[in-house]
Design a binder for this molecule. Structure first.
Ligand code: C2E
Ligand code: MG
Ligand code: MG
Ligand code: MG
Length: 288
């Protein structure tokens, strides 16, 4: 009986694997199509200046509403793109689409805001700076409007493999943020070597600061380390006023999260920017 149980567990496991492999293969074929026929979307989430009530930057986030499977989580899209050599094409689309959108906002009267795009692990083999600046120029946009976000692990790999890529981006006026900080494997000495202007503290720390004393001290110290290294600090995933108030008290520079806004379809961005400008920062601070 015991052997039978193991057998059926094994069968279930195999079945799960089959389902997973099937989904992957289907998604990679469909992702090729979606890229070709422009069926992917970007949504944009404001990154807010915690000291002045204004939107400092936007983060572009990938969305894919699959015809039959529904919304596909962005990390799954990236995983598939990486596995099937679609990461470069996808990344180039993100750059081009963001520039096109910036131009559209500008012609609608929105003051140009920098947009941060996420760079997937294998994209660093490309001439990123060249492509970003070419795409900006094509849309008559000034340099500096596109920023990039890399995770700690990706940045470590980039630094090891191509010594010059990250500093090269800096020379081209492309600012770099270290994403999901605190979840990767990088060390303080790595952090010190990185030509990074911004540190984004991962949501897993921010979500605990209102309730947990230790997380609070940790976040306060991470902000201090970022500032000691001459970086600006962003807190990711701020969902309530008490977290925003604490982060403001700790001198955190910027905040991002559902408290301010969820990621939005592009046409909703101009109104959202106007609204966030009229909400005074103290409103959050008073509401403990
Ligand atoms: P990320 O770069 O760390 O982006 C922040 C994620 O946190 C987004 O998830 C955003 O929707 C979510 N978020 C923001 N504020 C809150 C909040 O207050 N509460 C909660 N619960 N979540 C919040 P999303 O859009 O699902 O993206 C997940 C990840 O997928 C991103 O994490 C990024 O690593 C990756 N990703 C998204 N778009 C792209 C892309 O165009 N290219 C690449 N390479 N990766 C992307
Ligand atoms: Mg990001
Ligand atoms: Mg992040
Ligand atoms: Mg994250």
């Amino acid at each position: 009986a015991k052997e039978q149980a193991v057998d059926s567990r094994q069968m279930l496991f195999n079945f799960d694997m089959d389902v997973q492999i099937h989904r992957r293969q289907r998604l990679q074929a469909d992702l090729r199509e979606a890229l070709k026929y422009k069926k992917l979307q970007l949504v944009y989430q404001p990154i807010v200046d915690l000291k002045n009530p204004r939107v400092a930057c936007l983060e572009a986030l990938l969305r894919w509403n699959h015809e039959t499977l529904g919304p596909i989580p962005p990390l799954e899209i990236i995983e598939i793109a990486e596995k099937y050599s679609l990461a470069n094409e996808l990344g180039l689309w993100v750059i081009a689409e963001t520039c096109r959108q910036l131009q559209e906002w500008r012609s609608g009267g929105l003051e140009p805001l920098p947009v941060a795009i996420n760079i997937s692990p294998s994209m660093h083999h490309l001439d990123l700076a060249g492509m970003i600046n070419e795409s900006l120029a094509l849309n008559n946009l000034p340099k500096g409007l596109i920023r990039i976000e890399v995770t700690e692990d990706t940045s470590m790999r980039i630094l090891k493999e191509t010594q010059d890529l990250l500093p090269g981006l800096g020379r081209h006026n492309i600012s770099i943020a270290l994403d999901d900080f605190g979840t990767g494997l990088s060390s303080l000495s790595h952090l010190q070597q990185l030509p990074v202007q911004t540190l984004k503290i991962d949501r897993s720390f921010i979500s605990k600061i209102s309730a947990d004393h230790t997380s609070r001290r940790l976040v306060k110290n991470i902000i201090g380390i970022g500032h000691d290294l001459g970086m600006k600090v962003v807190a990711e995933g701020i969902e309530d006023n008490s977290a925003a108030a604490l982060l403001t008290a700790y001198q955190c520079d910027y905040g991002q999260g559902y408290l301010f806004s969820k990621p939005l379809a592009p046409h909703l961005i101009p109104d959202c920017c106007r609204q966030l400008e009229t909400v005074p920062a103290e409103a959050a601070a008073n509401d403990f």
